[in-house]
Design a protein around this ligand. Structure first.
Ligand code: ZN
Length: 125
């Protein structure tokens, strides 16, 4: 890959009946040092039988996700941080309940690891 990887990828998902499962948005969280994902409605609407919490602006280069992303609520996984954030204009805003070192800070979304951009972004490249 010659260009810098994108900061987000979006990929439509379908089930075995070709019914939409929504569009999965993938970002790399610099607080957790792992991928986070949000599911948004795609152009076929909201996935049947699912609750969709998020929306997005359709722009992976300047990503805004409507609704906060909460990972590891209640720290069910004690070895990982609780992470609560908003993504706006390509930046990630960490809220005050994060347990990692970027708590309370707003930083640029980092480029995705190449494996993530390649494996999850293929249909949108
Ligand atoms: Zn995180």
């Amino acid at each position: 890959m010659s260009e810098k990887p994108p900061v987000a990828v979006a990929r439509a998902a379908v089930n075995q009946k070709n019914e939409t499962l929504g569009t999965y948005i993938w970002i790399w969280c610099p607080g957790c040092d792992q991928a986070h994902t949000a599911v948004v409605p795609d152009d076929r609407g909201i996935p049947k039988g699912r609750v969709v919490f998020w929306s997005w602006n359709g722009d992976v280069d300047n990503l805004t996700i409507g609704g906060s992303i909460l990972v590891n609520a209640g720290q069910e996984h004690p070895d990982y941080p609780l992470c609560h954030s908003f993504v706006r204009d390509g930046r990630i805003e960490f809220l005050g309940d994060c347990t990692h070192e970027l708590v309370g800070q707003t930083v640029d979304l980092p480029p995705l690891p190449e494996w993530l951009a390649r494996d999850y972004g293929a249909e949108h490249g």
